[in-house]
Design a protein around this ligand. Sequence first.
Ligand code: NAP
Length: 250
Amino acid sequence: MRIRCSRVLITGGGSGIGKAVARRFLADGLKVTLLGRHQEKLDAARTELNNENVFTLQGDVSKVKEIPGYLEAAANMMGGLDGLVNNAGILLPSERGWEPWDITEQEWDQMIGINLKGAFFFMRDAVDFMLASGVKRGNVLNISSNASCMDITGPYGVSKFSLLKLTRALAKRFAPSGIIINGIAPGATATPIIRHYCRDENAPYARHAIGRFIKPGEIAELAAYLMSDFGEIICGHTVVADGGDQSAIL
Ligand SMILES: NC(=O)c1ccc[n+]([C@@H]2O[C@H](COP(=O)([O-])OP(=O)(O)OC[C@H]3O[C@@H](n4cnc5c(N)ncnc54)[C@H](OP(=O)(O)O)[C@@H]3O)[C@@H](O)[C@H]2O)c1
């Protein structure tokens, strides 16, 4: 199995799923740029990954005007750019509920700004950048969530379901130009974002039919597949990897 691209920007690459994808891609000799808001998190990830092919870039995906500059900077560091893992995302603080009145306007704007607006403009601008720089075989992988398969009131489910639709639409538009766009909708994966209910990745987790949490490295294997030559025939779909989550209705 050969990954189609070789120089990949991973938003939210300083932790969790993004860092695991970086580790998987580095094992195949790819170059990766990890982008996130906190430089110390990026530095720690680079130290942990311990590979000369890791680059870091401090940035915020919700700052849409900055995105072309992030792409340019990543391409300068890696000697080009032919892949994007559109992974940065946030979840509401654990103590808040999922009822309509649990969300504030500020939280709505922040989550939609990062999870949806940032993801859309990053995908659009990355495709533009790749095509303008002559890339003939490029990839985008959007990290959605199996929250898109649930009736969740509030912006998280909305943002992730919308990303799934954008994945489909843009994939059809750009596959003829050689840019393959796919998505993953993970279930509960042992990363910092769910630290409020997953303190031990080996703990039992009854909501998943498989009885356990998903490991970030398992999502990374699927990412490698979807961004490989084999992933071309998936084109535009978001693969749900949620261990048979009992709460999912789709
Ligand atoms: N873990 C799960 O159970 C699960 C399930 C379904 C979907 N997902 C999705 O998977 C993706 C990765 O999450 P994760 O589980 O790996 O959790 P994580 O470790 O918290 O990773 C999220 C990353 O996104 C970065 N980030 C957040 N806001 C950003 C912004 N505005 N600009 C740039 N980077 C930003 C964070 O770094 P900074 O704070 O330094 O910016 C962090 O490195 C998210 O989109 C999440 O919604 C996770």
